[in-house]
Design a protein around this ligand. Structure first.
Ligand SMILES: NC(=O)c1ccc[n+]([C@@H]2O[C@H](COP(=O)([O-])OP(=O)(O)OC[C@H]3O[C@@H](n4cnc5c(N)ncnc54)[C@H](O)[C@@H]3O)[C@@H](O)[C@H]2O)c1
Length: 212
């Protein structure tokens, strides 16, 4: 996808990876970058530089992926969506029902909204957790699932739903499994050279590479 003049929505855009994704997107000739986030773990501080750019806005009607009507209204006219909102590993362990709601049902909501609003490209963030401990090396994207935790289970579910939505809507859905080097304290912003997979996400959107 040529990003020129496009509206891109970054769901979970106030979080660690989401805010770095926004920082990469402002370097592109996009028309608008809309951040959709409920600020459960994200912060405005993460976006302080990006928000100086008039093309970057936080959706002020709402920002929760469980609120499907508000979510769909945010995606009106969107060309591309990054879905980076999720409960993380330990939250999934402690609160599995909430993790199911946000990571599985919420991801379904995002995919459904993308289909409803004719979004041409969706990037869904999976996790290296889906691979668990290595059963062979090197661990590439074709490594079998060997997940042992609920967080990974929700991510496998998201991966499994994506091709269906991609096929039924004839929209491209790209999957990314960020490398383990991205793990960091929740609010920590990372140096530029640690964010290679974020720029890879942007590249996926631009060129349409899809693992699905
Ligand atoms: N950080 C990593 O190392 C890593 C590695 C692999 C995969 N991932 C995945 O990448 C994505 C982003 O991870 P992160 O590290 O930036 O996490 P993060 O917690 O920093 O960001 C997630 C964002 O989603 C928001 N959010 C949570 N629930 C929401 C909801 N119901 N509606 C709307 N927004 C909601 C939070 O407020 C937060 O801003 C997640 O899907 C995560 O599973 C992260």
């Amino acid at each position: 996808m040529d990003l020129t003049g496009k509206k891109i929505v970054v769901i979970g855009g106030a979080g660690l990876i989401g805010s770095h994704t926004v920082d990469h997107l402002v370097k592109e000739d996009v028309k608008e970058i809309l951040i959709y986030d409920n600020f459960l773990r994200g912060s405005r501080e993460n976006l302080q530089n990006a928000l100086k750019d008039p093309r970057v806005k936080i959706y002020d009607v709402g920002g929760d992926i469980m609120q499907t009507d508000i979510l769909q209204s945010a995606l009106e006219g969107a060309d591309g969506v990054f879905h980076l909102a999720a409960l993380w590993l330990l939250q999934c362990h402690e609160y599995p029902r909430s993790a199911f709601d946000v990571n599985v049902r919420g991801t379904f909501n995002v995919m459904e909204a993308c289909v409803a609003k004719g979004v041409k490209r969706l990037v869904y963030s999976s996790s290296a957790s889906v691979y668990g401990d290595a059963v062979r090396e090197p661990m590439d994207e074709d490594h079998p699932y060997n997940n042992k935790n609920f967080y990974g289970a929700t991510k496998i579910c998201g991966e499994a739903m994506a091709p269906e939505h991609s096929n039924t809507s004839r929209r491209a859905c790209a999957l990314t499994a960020e490398s383990r080097c991205l793990y960091a304290t929740p609010t920590a912003r990372l140096p530029e050279n640690r964010m290679r997979s974020v720029s890879a996400c942007v590249t996926i959107v631009r060129f349409g590479r899809s693992r699905a």
